[in-house]
Design a protein around this ligand. Structure first.
Ligand SMILES: Cc1ncc(COP(=O)(O)O)c(C=O)c1O
Length: 399
């Protein structure tokens, strides 16, 4: 009999991490694989942020901090929300955790009762449904494929039940890159206004990676009337190339953020004190690197859209933000590889691209919407160009 708790039985390991591990295993055997599995900026963390961490460590900021974060970091987050999003939160409304992932986990742990439902528009970030299941909830997946991967008020209305506890929004979306306009959000808000039991988790971690001159509108700004049941989630991982520092943050109603801080106090005490000091420097310091990263991501998006569109059998509508391409592969399904393997689904396509094309990607099944595969575009243009050439060669051989 297994000693692993039954709550783990339905939970999968992270698919993007698994894709990266498969690529690493092939590399260890001497195979030259391009890993486009994991989504993290390939830029170094800006030097003034590293310097701030250094200074903090030397100045003795090496002790536990308050569970919700230091006063300085919570002030910096409140300042960021005011300055960049037009949201009026104080430091007391803010909680900091080890990444946006832990913020989301804590929020769900603080609120989900067994059987509560969380509405997830697909394609969704791989961790959302797994966290919901781990904490006893039920993911309710909606597929807004024909509306540009954007949830519509009609689909939302249909999905809400008396057991709905959360609606997850993620903009720009991982993996689709889709964003919502102010009027899109207001239309969703009008539906939510009729269902007071529903909380909203707006994951805005890619807000600075927006293309074609688009402006970002936070859900909190678009729907201030829902403030008492909205959690705005963000973090420094993607905007400041700080994935390994593990700092995420959120602002929301006091009962929720207080409960999240209690969970944190009992599970990990606090976020690394030095990483919190670095976050203050990231949020309050110069923002020119953020703009430079955004520009580089846009150039890569253009390169990938152009390259993939030239490949017969694949489809891609230009992502509006974030650093992924969610590539449609419907026309490959049911066809045969040169080795005679039938590509039954997008998992088979991703396996084929890895083993024969030597490019690691993540199958759409992991994001709840098939048949697609996701590549991360957070890598240099030369590598992306080579990866597209490999994908092209592999797809051309499918009969
Ligand atoms: C939509 C989304 N939310 C949250 C995260 C996790 O961010 P963090 O590094 O802050 O835990 C990711 C990372 O891939 C993501 O894509």
């Amino acid at each position: 009999m297994s000693y692993i708790a039954s709550r783990l039985s339905a939970v999968k390991p992270s698919a993007s991490m698994a894709a990266s591990q498969a690529a690493k295993a092939l590399r260890a055997k001497g195979v030259d694989v391009i890993d486009l599995g994991l989504g993290e900026p390939d830029f170094p963390t800006p030097s003034h942020i590293i310097e701030a961490a250094h200074v903090a460590a030397k100045a003795g900021q090496t002790l536990y901090t308050g569970a919700a974060g230091t006063a300085e970091v919570r002030e910096a987050v409140a300042g960021k929300f005011r300055r960049e999003n037009g949201l009026d939160y104080t430091a007391d409304d803010v909680v900091v955790a080890n990444g946006a992932k832990q913020i989301i986990f804590n929020a769900l742990m603080a609120t989900l009762e067994s059987g509560d439902e969380a509405i997830l528009p697909a394609p969704y970030f791989v961790s959302y449904p797994e966290m919901v299941k781990l904490l006893g909830g039920t993911p309710v997946v909606i597929e807004p494929e024909t509306s540009g991967f954007r949830l519509t008020p009609e689909l939302l209305e249909k999905a809400i039940t008396p057991r709905t506890k959360w609606l997850f929004l993620n903009m720009p979306g991982n993996p689709s890159g889709a964003i919502y306009s102010q009027s899109d959000l207001r239309a969703l808000g009008a539906v939510l206004a009729r269902h007071p039991q529903v909380l909203v988790l707006s994951d805005e971690i890619y807000e600075h990676i927006l293309f074609d001159g688009r402006d970002f509108v936070s859900f909190g700004k678009a729907c201030p009337e829902l403030r008492d049941r909205t959690l705005i989630v963000n973090g420094v991982s993607k905007s400041y190339a700080m994935t390994g520092w593990r700092v995420g943050y959120a602002a929301g109603p006091a009962p929720l953020t207080r409960a999240m801080a209690i969970i944190q106090s009992q599970s990990c005490t606090s976020v690394c004190s030095i990483a919190q000091a670095a976050t203050v420097a990231a949020l309050n310091g110069p923002q020119d690197e953020v703009a430079r990263f955004r520009q580089a991501f846009e150039a890569r998006r253009d390169l990938v859209v152009d390259g993939i569109r030239r490949i017969n059998g694949l489809t891609l509508s230009p992502p509006e933000g974030a650093f992924y391409a969610y590539i449609g592969c419907a026309s490959l399904i049911g066809r045969r590889t040169p080795k005679g393997v039938v590509l039954e689904d997008d998992t088979a396509v991703a396996n084929y691209l890895l083993n024969e094309g030597r490019v690691a990607s993540v199958p759409g099944a992991a994001y709840g919407l098939s048949p697609y595969f996701r590549i991360s575009t957070a890598t240099g243009e030369e590598v992306l160009t080579e990866a597209i050439a490999r994908i092209n060669a592999a797809v051309a051989q499918v009969e």
